[in-house]
Design a protein around this ligand. Structure first.
Ligand code: V47
Length: 362
């Protein structure tokens, strides 16, 4: 308790926490206190509403040149299990999602050198034409940078063309951990953390909102976690373009890291990371999302008392976590999300991608 006293005072005074405060929090074992502080800040900032979205994840390809050591999803071209969806197959998935009430498609893949920019553009324009009211949250900053490299167009041009084709916003994937040394071990072939932030800055300046993620529970240190969250905060001060922050809980099965003995985070780490995210991003990123697919239904519900105010969505189809040993279902019916939120004593609110309220379930 005592070691956190200066932080408690700062939180009460709504003063910004700094790197040292972040380290004290990360190194403390007083999870109930950290959780209570995050819960206090959550209530002060966003109240008792908990957001969810009726969405469907569509992974269009798993062929990837990046070969990240934390990833079990990717395949090399021609390898067993490699796939790339045709645009018609994506449309079929979208039709199914629409019939199940989805308002958002979350479309991400991998760095497939064979897919031209026109594929990405057409995916959005065909979907937008057929389902004009559906939000298209598509392509991570890493995919955008890859498209810029393969097409020769600038990131700005890519984003403008995708926006014209119907892009609503960017998902937060690919952030991993920004620390350069750790990133080299996780994903040496991927853009750097600073490049990831630059793509996001460009998007935000064009009026394209995005999310931000952080992959934790592998080989990073507490300092890397604090540094990552503070770099997000720094950009947010400039652009205000991040809508949500999502800590992603590393799943080790079938990954290169697992072969090196990396085990993944515990429930303690999951709750502390959510709480510290809420505390460090206070005043800047108001939506802290717990991703039930990765932390499990039960812990996601508990995370609503540790700073989270968003539980992500119905999801419908998920490949990335499940390739790495994810044991959660792929689909969470809306009714179940509402039940979990109400049972945690909060008010369920169905939202759009851009956090507009669709319906409050009192
Ligand atoms: O970019 C990959 C991570 C991300 C593993 O923006 C892994 O609303 C855990 O970004 N264990 C994809 N994580 C998921 C993602 C996401 C999810 C939900 C909502 C949003 C949003 C974004 O998953 C990847 C990578 O960082 N990842 N492999 C793994 N073995």
């Amino acid at each position: 308790m005592e070691e956190l006293s200066p932080i408690i005072e700062k939180i009460h005074a709504s003063s910004e926490l700094d790197f040292e405060d972040g380290m004290l929090l990360m190194e403390s074992r007083n999870l109930p206190l950290i959780g209570a502080l995050a819960d206090y800040v959550r209530r002060r900032t966003v109240g008792d509403r908990v957001m969810f979205v009726t969405n469907c994840h569509i992974n269009y390809t798993n062929v990837c040149t990046s070969k990240c050591s934390f990833c079990a999803y990717f395949r090399e071209e021609g390898q067993k299990g490699a796939f790339t969806l045709t645009i018609d197959e994506i449309l079929e998935k979208a039709e199914k999602a629409r019939s199940m009430g989805a308002t958002e498609l979350h479309i991400v893949g991998s760095l497939n050198p064979k897919l031209p920019f026109e594929y990405y553009e057409k995916v959005l324009s065909r979907l937008h034409e057929k389902y004009p009211s559906m939000s298209l949250k598509a392509y991570t900053a890493v995919e955008i940078a890859h498209l810029s490299q393969t097409s020769g167009m600038s990131v700005k041009e890519i984003l403008l063309r995708l926006k014209k084709a119907g892009l609503t916003g960017l998902p937060g994937g690919g952030g991993e951990i920004f620390n350069e040394e750790i990133r080299k071990k996780l994903c040496p072939n991927k853009i750097s953390g600073e490049q990831w932030l630059k793509v996001m800055e460009t998007a935000h300046k064009l009026g394209i909102k995005s999310n931000a993620t952080m992959l934790y529970g592998h080989i990073e240190t507490n300092a890397d976690i604090v540094d990552h969250i503070l770099r997000i905060r720094k950009l947010q001060k400039k652009t205000r373009g991040f809508q949500a922050f999502i800590p992603l809980s590393f799943h080790p099965d079938n990954t290169e890291l697992q072969k090196n003995g990396v085990k993944g985070p515990t429930g303690f780490d999951d709750l502390k990371t959510i709480a510290v995210s809420r505390l460090l991003l206070d005043g800047y990123v108001n939506n802290i999302k717990t991703y039930w697919v990765m932390v499990g239904e039960k812990l996601a519900q508990v995370a609503l008392h540790y700073g989270a105010n968003d539980i992500d969505g119905t999801v419908m189809e998920e490949r990335i976590t499940h390739a790495a040993g994810g044991a959660t279902p792929e689909y969470m019916p809306k009714e179940r999300l509402i039940y979990l939120i109400k049972n945690a004593g909060r008010i369920p609110v169905e939202r759009t991608t851009n956090y507009e309220i669709i319906k409050e379930y009192k």
